[in-house]
Write a protein that binds this ligand. Structure first.
Ligand SMILES: Cc1cc2nc3c(=O)[nH]c(=O)nc-3n(C[C@H](O)[C@H](O)[C@H](O)COP(=O)(O)O)c2cc1C
Length: 166
């Protein structure tokens, strides 16, 4: 079978199938050149390599934050706890001052770090490449912190709570 002969996958079918893949929820943040804090809710975060320590995430190309993330030498991935669902909603909306809520402090790289997260990854940006309608960011992990709080889960377009198999 020639892959070029296959009918294209309908966007709705792709979105629905991808939604079956449960993820955590993060706020990815950076410091813009003018010093402003920049961030958005993202569930495209994933592990990439242990040695060297690399992680990835992707940002839609039409995002008003794209230039800031491409210019910033570093970014932080704040893995949200289930208690932080309102911050997830806030950072997924075009709110004027997203950072007015939450306990934020500058990390070693200058990127904003959120207190109370399940984990935080401070990263040096090593690449940003266009991939379809998104830009794929890869970061080298410079520092990590983690806490045994319940992580927020996202699946099929809804926030979920993590449960154990009994
Ligand atoms: C659970 C969840 C995950 C998301 N993941 C991403 C993502 O990985 N990349 C992305 O570009 N947008 C993602 N979004 C959408 C952005 O959070 C949303 O477009 C936000 O408004 C972007 O900030 P901006 O309006 O300041 O660009 C996600 C939204 C939600 C609710």
């Amino acid at each position: 079978m020639n892959a070029a002969d296959l009918p294209p996958v309908a966007p709705h079918a792709l979105r629905t199938a991808l939604g079956r893949f449960a993820t955590g929820v993060t706020i990815v943040s950076c410091r813009a050149a003018d010093g402003a804090c920049v961030g958005l809710t993202a569930n495209s975060f994933n592990a990439l390599s242990l040695e060297p320590p690399l992680v990835l995430w992707s940002l839609r190309r039409s995002s008003p934050n794209l230039a800031a993330f491409r210019a910033a030498p570093a970014f932080a991935v704040n893995v949200l706890a289930e208690s932080q669902v309102e911050l997830s909603r806030r950072f997924a909306s075009p709110v004027a001052d997203k950072f007015a809520e939450g306990a934020w402090a500058a990390g070693l790289s200058g990127a904003p770090l959120l207190a109370g997260c399940a984990a935080v990854f401070e990263c040096e940006r090593v690449s940003d490449q266009e991939a379809g309608d998104h830009v794929l960011f890869i970061g080298r992990v410079l520092g990590v912190a983690e806490s045994p709080v319940a992580p927020l889960v996202f699946q099929a377009g809804h926030y979920r709570l993590l449960g154990d198999i009994l």
